[in-house]
Design a protein around this ligand. Structure first.
Ligand SMILES: Nc1nc2c(ncn2[C@@H]2O[C@H](COP(=O)(O)OP(=O)(O)OP(=O)(O)O)[C@@H](O)[C@H]2O)c(=O)[nH]1
Ligand SMILES: [Mg+2]
Length: 403
Protein backbone atom coordinates (compact mmCIF):
# COMPACT_ATOMS: atom_id res chain seq x y z
CA UNK A 1 0.00 0.00 0.00
CA UNK A 2 2.83 2.41 0.72
CA UNK A 3 4.33 2.60 -2.71
CA UNK A 4 7.49 4.56 -3.23
CA UNK A 5 7.20 7.23 -5.87
CA UNK A 6 9.84 9.18 -7.72
CA UNK A 7 10.13 12.52 -6.00
CA UNK A 8 8.89 15.40 -8.11
CA UNK A 9 9.08 18.74 -6.41
CA UNK A 10 5.61 20.15 -6.03
CA UNK A 11 4.79 23.77 -5.28
CA UNK A 12 3.73 24.43 -1.71
CA UNK A 13 3.07 27.24 0.72
CA UNK A 14 3.51 27.24 4.50
CA UNK A 15 1.04 28.67 6.98
CA UNK A 16 1.73 29.31 10.65
CA UNK A 17 0.54 31.35 13.60
CA UNK A 18 2.11 33.87 15.96
CA UNK A 19 0.35 33.48 19.30
CA UNK A 20 0.97 34.31 22.92
CA UNK A 21 2.69 30.97 23.51
CA UNK A 22 4.61 31.23 20.27
CA UNK A 23 6.23 34.57 19.49
CA UNK A 24 7.38 35.64 16.06
CA UNK A 25 10.91 34.24 16.40
CA UNK A 26 9.62 30.86 17.54
CA UNK A 27 7.04 30.78 14.76
CA UNK A 28 9.80 31.49 12.23
CA UNK A 29 11.95 28.70 13.65
CA UNK A 30 9.06 26.29 13.39
CA UNK A 31 8.45 27.33 9.79
CA UNK A 32 12.15 26.84 8.99
CA UNK A 33 11.83 23.32 10.27
CA UNK A 34 8.54 22.84 8.44
CA UNK A 35 10.21 23.98 5.23
CA UNK A 36 12.99 21.43 5.75
CA UNK A 37 10.35 18.76 6.34
CA UNK A 38 8.51 19.86 3.18
CA UNK A 39 11.75 19.71 1.21
CA UNK A 40 12.45 16.25 2.57
CA UNK A 41 8.98 15.15 1.47
CA UNK A 42 9.52 16.57 -2.00
CA UNK A 43 7.94 20.02 -1.96
CA UNK A 44 9.33 23.37 -2.93
CA UNK A 45 8.12 26.19 -0.72
CA UNK A 46 7.05 29.24 -2.71
CA UNK A 47 5.83 31.46 0.12
CA UNK A 48 5.17 31.57 3.85
CA UNK A 49 2.13 33.08 5.52
CA UNK A 50 2.24 34.06 9.18
CA UNK A 51 -0.69 35.48 11.11
CA UNK A 52 -0.87 36.99 14.59
CA UNK A 53 -3.81 35.57 16.49
CA UNK A 54 -4.85 34.96 20.08
CA UNK A 55 -5.74 31.41 19.23
CA UNK A 56 -6.41 29.47 16.00
CA UNK A 57 -9.75 30.09 14.31
CA UNK A 58 -11.83 26.97 15.07
CA UNK A 59 -13.28 26.88 11.57
CA UNK A 60 -10.41 27.78 9.28
CA UNK A 61 -7.31 27.97 11.53
CA UNK A 62 -6.38 31.44 10.21
CA UNK A 63 -8.76 34.42 9.91
CA UNK A 64 -10.96 35.04 6.87
CA UNK A 65 -9.03 38.07 5.58
CA UNK A 66 -5.76 36.19 5.63
CA UNK A 67 -7.44 33.19 4.09
CA UNK A 68 -8.56 35.30 1.14
CA UNK A 69 -5.00 36.53 0.64
CA UNK A 70 -3.79 32.91 0.69
CA UNK A 71 -6.55 31.83 -1.70
CA UNK A 72 -5.57 34.44 -4.27
CA UNK A 73 -1.93 33.43 -4.05
CA UNK A 74 -2.77 29.75 -4.44
CA UNK A 75 -4.87 30.46 -7.50
CA UNK A 76 -2.40 32.82 -9.12
CA UNK A 77 0.65 30.62 -8.66
CA UNK A 78 -1.03 27.25 -9.11
CA UNK A 79 0.01 26.01 -5.71
CA UNK A 80 -0.71 22.33 -5.23
CA UNK A 81 -0.28 22.05 -1.49
CA UNK A 82 -0.85 24.21 1.58
CA UNK A 83 1.05 23.03 4.62
CA UNK A 84 -0.04 24.10 8.11
CA UNK A 85 2.40 24.08 10.99
CA UNK A 86 -0.01 22.65 13.55
CA UNK A 87 -2.37 19.74 13.55
CA UNK A 88 -5.69 20.70 11.96
CA UNK A 89 -8.97 19.30 13.19
CA UNK A 90 -10.86 17.22 10.64
CA UNK A 91 -13.45 20.01 10.31
CA UNK A 92 -10.80 22.70 9.78
CA UNK A 93 -9.15 20.60 7.14
CA UNK A 94 -12.41 20.17 5.25
CA UNK A 95 -13.35 23.85 5.45
CA UNK A 96 -9.97 25.04 4.27
CA UNK A 97 -9.93 22.55 1.44
CA UNK A 98 -13.24 23.98 0.20
CA UNK A 99 -11.82 27.49 0.15
CA UNK A 100 -8.33 26.91 -1.20
CA UNK A 101 -9.18 24.02 -3.53
CA UNK A 102 -5.74 22.47 -3.15
CA UNK A 103 -4.27 19.76 -0.99
CA UNK A 104 -4.29 20.70 2.68
CA UNK A 105 -1.82 18.98 4.92
CA UNK A 106 -0.54 19.62 8.41
CA UNK A 107 2.75 18.90 10.14
CA UNK A 108 1.59 15.48 11.35
CA UNK A 109 0.47 14.50 7.88
CA UNK A 110 3.77 15.68 6.44
CA UNK A 111 5.86 13.70 8.92
CA UNK A 112 3.71 10.62 8.33
CA UNK A 113 4.27 11.04 4.63
CA UNK A 114 8.05 11.24 5.00
CA UNK A 115 7.99 8.15 7.15
CA UNK A 116 5.91 6.37 4.51
CA UNK A 117 8.40 7.30 1.79
CA UNK A 118 11.34 6.14 3.83
CA UNK A 119 10.13 3.02 5.57
CA UNK A 120 12.24 0.16 4.24
CA UNK A 121 11.48 -2.97 6.21
CA UNK A 122 8.07 -4.52 6.49
CA UNK A 123 8.20 -3.73 10.19
CA UNK A 124 8.70 0.00 9.68
CA UNK A 125 6.08 0.01 6.94
CA UNK A 126 3.58 -1.67 9.22
CA UNK A 127 4.27 0.89 11.94
CA UNK A 128 3.80 3.79 9.54
CA UNK A 129 0.68 2.31 8.03
CA UNK A 130 -0.83 1.92 11.48
CA UNK A 131 -0.04 5.53 12.32
CA UNK A 132 -1.54 6.69 9.03
CA UNK A 133 -4.77 4.80 9.60
CA UNK A 134 -5.07 6.22 13.08
CA UNK A 135 -4.62 9.70 11.68
CA UNK A 136 -7.13 8.94 8.95
CA UNK A 137 -9.90 7.45 11.07
CA UNK A 138 -11.44 10.66 12.48
CA UNK A 139 -11.03 12.35 9.10
CA UNK A 140 -12.79 9.77 6.96
CA UNK A 141 -16.18 11.39 6.47
CA UNK A 142 -16.20 13.35 3.24
CA UNK A 143 -12.45 13.32 2.91
CA UNK A 144 -10.88 14.36 -0.38
CA UNK A 145 -14.30 14.46 -2.11
CA UNK A 146 -14.10 18.06 -3.26
CA UNK A 147 -10.62 17.52 -4.53
CA UNK A 148 -10.89 17.60 -8.27
CA UNK A 149 -7.22 18.20 -8.97
CA UNK A 150 -4.47 15.65 -9.40
CA UNK A 151 -4.09 13.12 -6.65
CA UNK A 152 -0.87 11.63 -5.42
CA UNK A 153 2.27 13.17 -4.00
CA UNK A 154 2.73 14.51 -0.51
CA UNK A 155 0.11 13.57 2.03
CA UNK A 156 -1.56 11.23 -0.44
CA UNK A 157 0.76 8.27 -0.16
CA UNK A 158 -0.78 5.57 1.93
CA UNK A 159 -4.27 4.79 2.99
CA UNK A 160 -5.96 8.03 1.91
CA UNK A 161 -5.38 7.26 -1.70
CA UNK A 162 -7.10 3.96 -2.16
CA UNK A 163 -9.49 3.77 0.77
CA UNK A 164 -11.53 6.86 0.01
CA UNK A 165 -14.85 5.08 -0.06
CA UNK A 166 -14.23 2.67 2.75
CA UNK A 167 -16.12 3.27 5.92
CA UNK A 168 -14.76 3.47 9.39
CA UNK A 169 -15.44 -0.13 10.18
CA UNK A 170 -13.05 -1.34 7.54
CA UNK A 171 -10.38 1.06 8.73
CA UNK A 172 -10.88 -0.07 12.31
CA UNK A 173 -10.55 -3.69 11.25
CA UNK A 174 -7.37 -2.81 9.41
CA UNK A 175 -5.99 -1.05 12.49
CA UNK A 176 -6.71 -4.10 14.62
CA UNK A 177 -5.03 -6.32 12.07
CA UNK A 178 -1.93 -4.14 11.88
CA UNK A 179 -1.69 -4.09 15.65
CA UNK A 180 -1.79 -7.88 15.70
CA UNK A 181 0.90 -8.02 13.03
CA UNK A 182 3.10 -5.63 15.01
CA UNK A 183 2.61 -7.67 18.14
CA UNK A 184 3.90 -10.76 16.37
CA UNK A 185 6.94 -8.94 15.01
CA UNK A 186 7.54 -7.40 18.43
CA UNK A 187 7.76 -10.83 19.96
CA UNK A 188 10.23 -11.98 17.31
CA UNK A 189 12.33 -8.89 17.88
CA UNK A 190 12.33 -9.33 21.62
CA UNK A 191 13.64 -12.86 21.08
CA UNK A 192 16.29 -11.53 18.71
CA UNK A 193 17.35 -8.96 21.26
CA UNK A 194 17.61 -11.53 24.01
CA UNK A 195 19.71 -13.73 21.70
CA UNK A 196 22.31 -11.02 21.40
CA UNK A 197 23.85 -12.28 24.60
CA UNK A 198 25.40 -10.43 27.44
CA UNK A 199 27.15 -7.65 25.57
CA UNK A 200 26.69 -4.13 26.88
CA UNK A 201 24.20 -2.24 24.74
CA UNK A 202 24.75 1.33 23.66
CA UNK A 203 22.19 3.37 21.71
CA UNK A 204 22.66 6.54 19.69
CA UNK A 205 19.76 8.90 20.29
CA UNK A 206 19.09 12.49 19.33
CA UNK A 207 17.15 14.96 17.25
CA UNK A 208 16.80 14.21 13.57
CA UNK A 209 19.72 15.17 11.27
CA UNK A 210 22.30 15.66 14.05
CA UNK A 211 24.71 13.03 12.70
CA UNK A 212 23.86 9.81 14.54
CA UNK A 213 24.24 7.59 11.49
CA UNK A 214 27.42 9.39 10.44
CA UNK A 215 28.89 8.77 13.88
CA UNK A 216 27.79 5.13 13.71
CA UNK A 217 29.63 4.79 10.41
CA UNK A 218 32.73 6.47 11.78
CA UNK A 219 33.10 4.26 14.81
CA UNK A 220 31.83 0.97 13.45
CA UNK A 221 33.18 1.21 9.92
CA UNK A 222 29.74 0.23 8.73
CA UNK A 223 27.68 1.72 5.97
CA UNK A 224 24.50 3.14 7.38
CA UNK A 225 22.51 5.52 5.22
CA UNK A 226 23.16 9.15 6.21
CA UNK A 227 22.12 12.29 4.38
CA UNK A 228 21.19 15.88 4.90
CA UNK A 229 17.47 15.32 5.14
CA UNK A 230 15.18 14.68 8.06
CA UNK A 231 14.48 11.11 9.13
CA UNK A 232 17.12 9.43 7.01
CA UNK A 233 16.98 6.57 9.49
CA UNK A 234 13.75 4.77 10.33
CA UNK A 235 14.91 1.31 11.15
CA UNK A 236 17.29 0.57 13.92
CA UNK A 237 20.64 -0.86 12.94
CA UNK A 238 22.78 -2.78 15.40
CA UNK A 239 26.53 -3.24 15.02
CA UNK A 240 29.13 -4.87 17.17
CA UNK A 241 31.84 -2.36 17.97
CA UNK A 242 35.16 -2.99 19.68
CA UNK A 243 37.13 -0.24 21.41
CA UNK A 244 40.46 -1.48 22.72
CA UNK A 245 39.53 -5.08 23.36
CA UNK A 246 36.14 -4.20 24.77
CA UNK A 247 33.21 -5.28 22.60
CA UNK A 248 29.73 -3.78 22.83
CA UNK A 249 26.62 -3.41 20.68
CA UNK A 250 25.87 -0.06 19.13
CA UNK A 251 22.37 0.80 17.88
CA UNK A 252 21.43 3.61 15.50
CA UNK A 253 17.85 4.81 16.00
CA UNK A 254 15.17 7.00 14.48
CA UNK A 255 15.63 10.73 15.14
CA UNK A 256 13.26 12.74 17.33
CA UNK A 257 11.49 15.95 16.38
CA UNK A 258 9.39 18.66 18.03
CA UNK A 259 5.65 18.13 17.83
CA UNK A 260 6.15 14.48 16.93
CA UNK A 261 2.74 13.09 15.96
CA UNK A 262 1.33 11.09 18.86
CA UNK A 263 0.31 8.32 16.48
CA UNK A 264 3.94 7.91 15.56
CA UNK A 265 5.28 7.90 19.10
CA UNK A 266 2.75 5.18 19.81
CA UNK A 267 3.50 2.96 16.83
CA UNK A 268 7.25 3.49 17.07
CA UNK A 269 7.31 2.55 20.74
CA UNK A 270 8.72 -0.85 19.85
CA UNK A 271 11.48 0.64 17.74
CA UNK A 272 12.27 2.69 20.78
CA UNK A 273 12.54 -0.52 22.81
CA UNK A 274 16.13 -0.54 21.64
CA UNK A 275 16.54 2.72 23.50
CA UNK A 276 14.58 1.53 26.50
CA UNK A 277 16.69 -1.60 26.84
CA UNK A 278 20.06 0.05 26.23
CA UNK A 279 22.60 0.24 29.05
CA UNK A 280 24.11 3.51 27.89
CA UNK A 281 22.78 6.31 25.70
CA UNK A 282 24.90 8.51 23.48
CA UNK A 283 22.80 11.65 23.10
CA UNK A 284 24.06 13.28 19.90
CA UNK A 285 23.48 17.03 19.52
CA UNK A 286 24.11 19.24 16.48
CA UNK A 287 25.88 22.11 18.18
CA UNK A 288 25.98 24.11 14.96
CA UNK A 289 22.17 24.31 14.89
CA UNK A 290 20.88 27.62 16.34
CA UNK A 291 18.13 25.84 18.30
CA UNK A 292 20.22 22.99 19.63
CA UNK A 293 19.05 23.57 23.20
CA UNK A 294 15.41 23.22 22.15
CA UNK A 295 16.39 20.00 20.44
CA UNK A 296 17.96 18.71 23.65
CA UNK A 297 14.76 19.49 25.53
CA UNK A 298 12.51 17.67 23.12
CA UNK A 299 14.81 14.65 23.14
CA UNK A 300 14.60 14.66 26.93
CA UNK A 301 10.81 14.81 26.67
CA UNK A 302 10.65 11.81 24.37
CA UNK A 303 13.08 9.93 26.60
CA UNK A 304 10.84 10.69 29.56
CA UNK A 305 7.87 9.28 27.66
CA UNK A 306 9.63 5.99 27.12
CA UNK A 307 11.24 6.02 30.55
CA UNK A 308 14.72 6.17 29.16
CA UNK A 309 16.22 8.96 31.16
CA UNK A 310 17.51 7.25 34.25
CA UNK A 311 20.34 5.57 32.34
CA UNK A 312 23.89 6.77 32.04
CA UNK A 313 23.98 9.29 29.20
CA UNK A 314 26.97 10.70 27.36
CA UNK A 315 26.18 14.02 25.69
CA UNK A 316 27.96 14.09 22.34
CA UNK A 317 28.11 17.56 20.81
CA UNK A 318 28.70 16.96 17.12
CA UNK A 319 29.52 19.21 14.15
CA UNK A 320 31.98 21.42 16.03
CA UNK A 321 33.63 22.06 12.65
CA UNK A 322 30.49 23.89 11.66
CA UNK A 323 29.99 25.93 14.83
CA UNK A 324 30.23 29.69 14.42
CA UNK A 325 29.11 32.01 17.21
CA UNK A 326 27.38 35.24 16.28
CA UNK A 327 29.66 38.20 16.68
CA UNK A 328 29.04 41.62 18.19
CA UNK A 329 30.83 44.60 16.64
CA UNK A 330 33.13 46.37 19.08
CA UNK A 331 31.27 49.66 18.74
CA UNK A 332 27.90 47.95 19.19
CA UNK A 333 26.87 48.83 22.74
CA UNK A 334 23.25 47.77 22.40
CA UNK A 335 23.35 44.09 21.56
CA UNK A 336 23.54 42.00 24.69
CA UNK A 337 25.81 39.04 24.79
CA UNK A 338 23.73 35.87 24.76
CA UNK A 339 24.45 32.18 24.35
CA UNK A 340 24.47 32.52 20.58
CA UNK A 341 27.60 34.67 20.94
CA UNK A 342 29.53 32.16 23.03
CA UNK A 343 32.72 30.81 21.58
CA UNK A 344 33.04 27.05 21.50
CA UNK A 345 35.24 27.18 24.62
CA UNK A 346 32.70 29.25 26.55
CA UNK A 347 29.96 26.89 25.49
CA UNK A 348 32.05 23.90 26.52
CA UNK A 349 32.48 25.39 29.97
CA UNK A 350 28.75 25.89 30.50
CA UNK A 351 27.96 22.36 29.40
CA UNK A 352 30.84 20.66 31.21
CA UNK A 353 29.55 22.04 34.49
CA UNK A 354 25.93 21.17 33.69
CA UNK A 355 26.43 17.47 33.06
CA UNK A 356 29.52 16.83 35.20
CA UNK A 357 31.97 15.58 32.62
CA UNK A 358 29.72 13.19 30.72
CA UNK A 359 30.08 15.32 27.65
CA UNK A 360 32.33 15.38 24.63
CA UNK A 361 32.72 17.70 21.64
CA UNK A 362 33.43 16.14 18.25
CA UNK A 363 33.03 16.32 14.52
CA UNK A 364 31.98 13.00 13.04
CA UNK A 365 32.71 14.01 9.46
CA UNK A 366 36.04 15.76 10.13
CA UNK A 367 36.96 13.15 12.75
CA UNK A 368 37.84 15.81 15.32
CA UNK A 369 38.36 14.75 18.92
CA UNK A 370 37.41 11.17 18.16
CA UNK A 371 40.09 9.80 20.49
CA UNK A 372 38.51 11.52 23.48
CA UNK A 373 35.12 10.28 22.36
CA UNK A 374 36.37 6.69 22.18
CA UNK A 375 38.00 7.05 25.57
CA UNK A 376 34.79 8.33 27.18
CA UNK A 377 32.68 5.58 25.61
CA UNK A 378 35.26 2.96 26.56
CA UNK A 379 35.25 4.05 30.17
CA UNK A 380 31.49 4.21 30.47
CA UNK A 381 31.01 0.82 28.80
CA UNK A 382 33.76 -0.66 30.92
CA UNK A 383 32.09 0.53 34.10
CA UNK A 384 28.82 -1.15 33.10
CA UNK A 385 30.65 -4.29 32.07
CA UNK A 386 32.59 -4.52 35.28
CA UNK A 387 29.43 -4.12 37.33
CA UNK A 388 27.82 -6.90 35.40
CA UNK A 389 30.77 -9.29 35.34
CA UNK A 390 32.90 -8.41 38.39
CA UNK A 391 35.00 -11.53 37.95
CA UNK A 392 36.56 -10.52 34.64
CA UNK A 393 37.47 -7.05 35.76
CA UNK A 394 41.11 -7.75 34.92
CA UNK A 395 40.24 -8.23 31.27
CA UNK A 396 39.60 -4.57 30.72
CA UNK A 397 42.28 -2.23 31.99
CA UNK A 398 42.02 1.55 31.94
CA UNK A 399 41.78 3.09 28.53
CA UNK A 400 45.29 4.54 28.66
CA UNK A 401 46.93 1.22 29.59
CA UNK A 402 44.91 -0.45 26.89
CA UNK A 403 46.02 1.94 24.19
N1 LIG B 1 29.60 19.73 9.22
C1 LIG B 1 29.30 18.53 9.72
N2 LIG B 1 28.27 17.83 9.20
C2 LIG B 1 27.98 16.61 9.75
C3 LIG B 1 28.74 16.09 10.84
N3 LIG B 1 28.21 14.89 11.17
C4 LIG B 1 27.17 14.67 10.31
N4 LIG B 1 27.04 15.70 9.45
C5 LIG B 1 26.04 15.83 8.35
O1 LIG B 1 24.74 15.94 8.90
C6 LIG B 1 23.77 15.32 8.03
C7 LIG B 1 22.91 14.34 8.80
O2 LIG B 1 23.67 13.24 9.20
P1 LIG B 1 23.02 11.85 9.59
O3 LIG B 1 24.12 11.00 10.09
O4 LIG B 1 22.15 11.34 8.51
O5 LIG B 1 22.10 12.31 10.81
P2 LIG B 1 21.09 11.42 11.69
O6 LIG B 1 21.15 11.96 13.07
O7 LIG B 1 21.38 9.98 11.50
O8 LIG B 1 19.71 11.83 11.03
P3 LIG B 1 18.30 11.02 11.01
O9 LIG B 1 18.59 9.58 10.73
O10 LIG B 1 17.60 11.71 9.90
O11 LIG B 1 17.65 11.23 12.32
C8 LIG B 1 24.58 14.67 6.92
O12 LIG B 1 24.55 15.54 5.79
C9 LIG B 1 25.98 14.58 7.49
O13 LIG B 1 26.98 14.60 6.50
C10 LIG B 1 29.81 16.87 11.37
O14 LIG B 1 30.53 16.51 12.31
N5 LIG B 1 30.04 18.09 10.77
MG1 LIG C 1 20.22 8.48 10.83
Amino acid sequence: MLEKLEIQYEKAILIGLVTQQQNEDKAKEYLDELEFLAFTAGAEVTKRFLQKMEKPNPKTFIGSGKMEEVRQFVEEHEIGTAIFDDELSPAQQKNIEKILKCKIIDRTNLILDIFAQRAQTSYARTQVELAQYEYLLPRLAGMWTHLERQRGGIGMRGPGETEIETDRRIVRDRIALLKEKLKTIDKQMAVQRSNRGALVRVALVGYTNVGKSTLMNTISKSKVFAENKLFATLDTTVRKVVIGNLPFLLTDTVGFIRKLPTQLVESFKSTLDEVREADLLLHVVDISHPQFEDHINSVHQTLDEIEGRDKPILMVFNKIDNYTPETIDEDDLVTEKTKSHYTLDELKNTWMSKVNGDVVFISATEKLNMEEFRKKVYEMVREIHVQRFPYNNFLYPDFSEEM
